[in-house]
Each structure stands twice: as C-alpha cells, then as structure tokens.
Design a protein. Sequence first.
Length: 82
Amino acid sequence: MLGLLYTILIGLAAGWLASKIMKGSSSGLLMNLVIGVVGAVLGGLVFGLLGLASYNLLGRLVTATVGAILFILILRKLGRSR
C-alpha cells in the first residue's frame, strides 16, 4: 500500500517537473500524474536497456522525470504528424 502511495507521489512530482522543464502548458494534477507514471515506466525501460537502475527515492524521481520528458516529446511528435 505504501509503495502505491510512493508511486503516485513520484508520478505527480515527475509529471510536474517534466512539464516545467519542457515549458508546456499547465496540464493539471491528473495529467501530471498520468505523465509521471507513464514516464516512470518508460524511464525504467530506457534506463534498464542502458544498464542503469535506481534504488532510492531521488533515483526513482530522476528516472520518472526523464521518462516523462521522453513521453512528452513523443506526444508532441505524434501531435505534429497529423
């Protein structure tokens, strides 16, 4: 139960950080959560392919934020291709 709470909090923080870094419009709390959680999965996948792993809170936040930035970039690319 506590792990789920940490995942949600890290997702919120990562989504917010990624939106600030990418200078996007304010997405709102729910979208920041979705972007952050998807980013955590994507970041974990990318970092895993590179042979990197995170074991503490700061490492997981960095991984999720990098993944969220990648996710935002992918969404922007898909939006332009239409």
